[in-house]
Design a protein around this ligand. Sequence first.
Ligand SMILES: [Zn+2]
Length: 216
Amino acid sequence: MNTKMLASCSSCGCKKEITVHGGINVGEKPELKALVKDGTLFVWDCPSCGSANLATYQTIYHDPSERVMIWLLPKGLLPEDKVAELGRQIEASSDFPGGYVFRRVSDVGSLVEKVNIFDAGLDDTVLEMCKYVTRMEMAGKAGEKDLGSAQLKFYRTDGPDNDIEFSYPLNGQMHGVRIGFNVYGDCAGILRRNPSIKPSGGFPVVDQAWIARFFG
Ligand SMILES: [Zn+2]
């Protein structure tokens, strides 16, 4: 499943042959999970100038034990109707019994976040709702409208009460915000009472824009 491709350094343009993982099955190769979670599977160093580059290619992350399949598809690689059709075909394949979660992301950071979410045993639709609520609260408290669109990413759960930690970039630096697990419970309740708020289609994208469609 692995192939090679020529990648160009984003700093100096120097080319290097890198390994492309066509599929990442952490059931067959458990050691790959840690390399996905810290991003190193996708990072390559330029032999000429030493810059660290992020490889951009499509791949499918598959965790059979968590029953999760995440398609990393950089934007613009395939037309949207092809993506949906292909996604539905894979979902309908008999290789994947019921109960599978299928997701699509367009960048490595979002893939890492999804893996962290499912590893923590959490539901990413509920977490998007939590982020939505948290952004509103942050914007209200700080009186800064910019925070209302902060790109929150799930980082981890922490402490005896399973507090949820998000990270987000602001003015070139990473920041963190922590919420109680009760918020997660409240958001899960809201989604249960509103069954129309659910992902649909082949390999749906569940992100900030997705949740915003329901609370515009
Ligand atoms: Zn370089």
